[in-house]
Design a protein around this ligand. Structure first.
Ligand code: FAD
Length: 518
């Protein structure tokens, strides 16, 4: 069975036994990628359960250095999580709810340690939201059963997606592997199920006695980053000012985006020099904002309540947020994508290049293609990259350099503040043509045309490549070919590491060969 089925059967087979368990001294919510108080389904249910008997609700977060390593969590993301926990702890404390944070070195030890903590606290109920990665689904399926063996009811509820994986099947009962029909079904499902977009209230205040009963837990400290994920002092300062943490910040960012930019999203979203997108991905990933809340806010700005109607900008933005759901649905139903395998098995035989020099040039933003280099430098400096540029650099790595796309996928995870396995894997699969509903393999982005189309006056390039600041006019897109390299060479900007046409031809031949086509 697929890991999602393991969890579903663990939950359904234990349901009646779990329902018999009486609330004891405490109820616990396990925070993972849902670091918020508002519109958090599991936290809300945990709070209701605690209220039933007037016992305290305890929030728990487990930091695991080995888990960070296994998920290739970028240091910038670890830093963001830890800063967010500080804010969450304060938000919960206002409700007299403690946030207990503990470091558990080995990820395998997490379930055992959680059981010990639950027993120590006399907790009868543990609540958590579902995460769809393979390891997490398997872990939670086991934990549901071992909790029950210890007289504890564990509930794992769907929350992160607007429409949960498994809810949408085609007319013939199959899972969708193409976005457009899946999106139509997603829209129809929301229209038919009015409660899907109901938001969950923040938890109620704990009883007054909780402060005393949980005194030690309120003293729990947020640890500093583990050794393997430490930032330098300069990086810490930089990321702190670029990416303020917390739920309140996420809501303000969402409101500002809806008030000022969502209307123009359709027309402006592809131009990386413009701040036309929401930059909310970091909040969706850490769960400081729920996708439901975001869609409700967007809908609130529309003239129609139809998700696929009204203002084009709003409609398009909602359909982008839906991509996040789509890729989680893919991961849940084709879990082999989590195991380094392409979604389309026929792409397994492509012979990749493992050219270290080329890979290093790509990582460092020194390929001689300004749009590619600007984008990689944006990533390295800020932990984030514009979507159009993610597609350009991914296509360049897989197709122009013919480097195994999984090396790029890994590099992204190790550097993105919004690094999310499902979306990242989906984006790489799309760009390398190996994934679910990808662009066809013979569609190879021409970096020069992309540059001229989406950064016509070179503003984005000049921002991120100081060596090219002085290059004027169209030469910014290819300083050596058009500008004869004048300023660029002097400033130390490299010449192209590969030539476009030759790379294109090599790529087409190699993909055809791998696919066994003439
Ligand atoms: P907006 O344009 O404001 O979109 C709103 C939200 O919709 C985003 O925050 C995001 O949650 C979702 N979204 C938008 N586009 C996509 C998409 N193509 N796929 C999935 N969700 C989408 N997104 C991540 O969150 N994490 C990743 O690790 C990630 N890796 C990517 C790798 C590649 C190669 C590509 C091509 C795309 C990747 N994306 C990833 C998707 C997309 O680039 C980012 O979500 C987007 O750039 C974030 O900026 P924003 O919040 O301003 O987006």
């Amino acid at each position: 069975p697929r890991p999602i089925e393991l969890l579903e059967s663990a939950l359904s087979e234990t349901k009646s036994e779990r329902e018999k368990i009486q609330v004891k001294d405490a109820v616990v919510h396990w925070f993972k990628c849902d670091l918020r108080t508002k519109d958090n389904k599991s936290l809300h249910l945990a709070s209701e359960k605690a209220k039933e008997k007037g016992v305290p609700l305890i929030g728990m977060y487990i930091v695991s250095p080995q888990d960070f390593e296994a998920h290739l969590t970028a240091p910038v993301r670890v830093d963001f999580i830890l800063r967010t926990l500080e804010v969450l702890k304060e938000d919960l404390a206002k409700l007299d709810i403690p946030l207990y944070v503990e470091t558990v070195e080995k990820r395998k030890a997490i379930p055992g340690r959680i059981l010990e903590l639950l027993k120590e606290w006399g907790a009868s109920h543990l609540f958590a939201n579902v995460e769809y990665e393979v390891d997490e689904l398997r872990r939670e399926a086991k934990l549901v059963r071992s909790c029950l063996e210890n007289g504890i009811a564990m509930d794992v509820v769907p929350d992160t997606c607007v429409v949960s994986p498994g809810e949408l099947t085609s007319g013939s009962g199959r899972q969708y592997s193409v976005y457009s029909p899946w999106y139509r079904a997603w829209v129809a499902y929301i229209h038919q199920n009015a409660t899907v977009l109901d938001l969950f209230d923040a938890p109620s205040k704990n009883p007054g006695s909780a402060r005393e009963q949980c005194a030690k837990l309120f003293e729990s400290k947020i640890p500093s980053a583990p050794e393997n994920k430490k930032l330098t002092g300069e990086e810490k300062k930089r990321f702190k000012s670029m990416w303020p943490p917390g739920e309140q910040e996420a809501h303000e960012r969402l409101k500002k985006f809806c008030d000022e930019r969502i209307g123009g999203y359709q027309d402006h979203r592809n131009f990386p020099a413009e701040a036309a997108t929401s930059s909310l991905s970091v909040h969706f990933k850490s769960g400081t904002l729920s996708a439901r809340t975001a869609i409700c806010a967007a809908r609130g700005h529309n003239t129609t309540k139809k998700l696929d109607g009204g203002k084009q900008g709003i409609q398009t933005w909602i359909s982008e947020v839906a991509w996040r759901d789509f890729y989680k649905h893919v991961m849940a139903h084709w879990p082999y994508v989590c195991m380094n395998k392409p979604f389309k098995p026929e792409y397994t035989n492509i012979e990749w290049e493992y050219n270290d020099e080329h890979f290093k040039a790509w990582c460092e933003g020194c390929t001689g293609y300004p749009i590619v280099d600007a984008a990689m430098r944006q990533l390295n400096h800020s932990g984030w990259m514009h979507n159009r540029c993610r597609m350009i650099v991914a296509s360049f790595l897989a197709k122009h350099l013919l480097i195994d796309w999984r090396m790029g996928e890994r590099y992204f995870m190790e550097h993105l503040i919004d690094g999310d396995f499902a979306s990242n894997n989906g984006g790489w699969g799309f760009s390398a043509s190996t994934g679910v509903d990808p662009q066809p393999y013979f569609r190879i982005f021409n970096p020069l045309l992309q540059s001229e189309k989406f950064d016509n006056d070179g503003e984005y390039i000049r921002k991120w490549i100081p060596e090219l600041k002085g290059i004027e006019g169209k030469a910014i897109h290819e300083p050596y070919e058009r500008g004869k390299g004048k300023g660029a060479k002097k400033a130390g900007y490299p010449e192209r590491i590969v030539e476009h046409k030759a790379s294109r031809d090599r790529c087409l031949a190699r993909y055809k060969e791998g696919l066994g086509r003439d």
